[in-house]
Write a protein that binds this ligand. Structure first.
Ligand SMILES: Nc1nc2c(ncn2[C@@H]2O[C@H](COP(=O)(O)OP(=O)(O)OP(=O)(O)O)[C@@H](O)[C@H]2O)c(=O)[nH]1
Ligand SMILES: [Mg+2]
Length: 271
């Protein structure tokens, strides 16, 4: 049985100047880490998350990583309370891993759900600002950790090709999916779980990276409100990237098809 816990938070150092109203003291928060070959990052990242927000539960969704990340996650689950692991048979894509975590959050009655890439690109020090978006006068249903609003950005090398691709894909998502937010391609976000419960995950077409844009699209269709809080994205610390050109092309195709279906009214009624 899951332990009920309190979402206490440590003060936020560093550049996150976002006003963070504390969530209700009994809020239950799930933080997920989708992993494929992240053995060098997983444990220090989990410790860094717990150092910032001690009371959150952690869920690792591992796709049978050849480097043994799944075993490591099992060890952590034995040692640390509130750590859970979903093992999947093989590399099924980041999008479906996040869906598995979202379903876990819905089924187990969490209040808020946050995802981080498991490579230290999403510094845990920004989690309190994400959670802050869930409560107070300006509460929203989805708080996006954003590189593209004042105060946000990328630390370290972000080559012109990558910058062009990231800017392009965000513009593309705004155009085809009718999104109004600026950073639609990152996965560092906090969602209100009661709103995720309104989404039928079988609507989601993306398996891989376009999932980030597509889930915002479905969130918008079930009536979610959005805001963005600045984050400083960092390049991965250990291991290798899993993004390749074929994946990027597939992402553009899916968003195009969704955009067309939206225009011709061929989407399921989400309200
Ligand atoms: N479970 C699971 N996790 C995945 C899969 N693909 C990627 N991930 C994880 O998703 C997160 C983002 O993947 P990255 O490879 O870092 O992709 P990226 O951030 O675009 O690329 P980098 O520039 O190398 O950081 C990481 O935590 C990966 O381990 C997958 O198929 N299954
Ligand atoms: Mg990464």
């Amino acid at each position: 049985m899951l332990a009920l816990f309190t979402a206490t938070m440590q003060p936020t150092p560093g550049p996150s100047a976002a006003p963070a109203a504390a969530p209700a003291p009994t809020a239950r928060v799930l933080v997920s880490l989708a992993t494929y070959n992240e053995a060098g990052n997983l444990r220090p990242l989990a410790e860094a998350i717990r150092a910032t927000v001690p009371s959150v539960d952690l869920l690792v969704v591992d796709d049978n990583s050849p480097d043994g990340t799944g075993k490591l996650a099992d060890e952590m689950a034995r040692e640390m309370p509130g750590v859970f692991v979903i093992h999947r048979s093989g590399k099924l894509g980041l999008g479906t891993a996040i869906i598995a975590a979202m379903k876990f959050a819905v089924e187990r009655g969490y209040d808020y759900y946050i995802n981080l890439d498991a490579d230290f690109s999403h510094p845990p020090r920004f989690i309190p600002a994400l959670l802050g978006g869930m409560t107070g006068d300006r509460a929203v249903d989805v708080m996006i950790g954003s590189r593209y609003i004042p105060g946000g950005g990328v630390e370290g090398e972000f080559g012109p090709r990558r910058k062009f691709m990231s800017t392009g894909v965000n513009l593309y998502a705004r155009l085809f999916l009718g999104l109004h937010t600026r950073d639609n391609s990152g996965s560092f976000r906090c969602y209100r779980v009661s709103k995720l419960a309104k989404i039928n995950f079988s609507w989601v077409r993306s398996r891989g990276y376009s999932f980030q844009e597509e889930i915002l699209f479905w969130c918008q269709r079930v009536g979610c409100t959005f805001d963005e809080t600045p984050i400083l994205f960092e390049n991965r610390r250990a291991g290798a990237s899993k993004l390749h050109a074929g994946e990027a092309v597939k992402a553009l195709e899916i968003m195009f098809a969704l955009g067309v279906d939206r225009l011709i009214g061929k989407l399921p009624d989400a309200r």
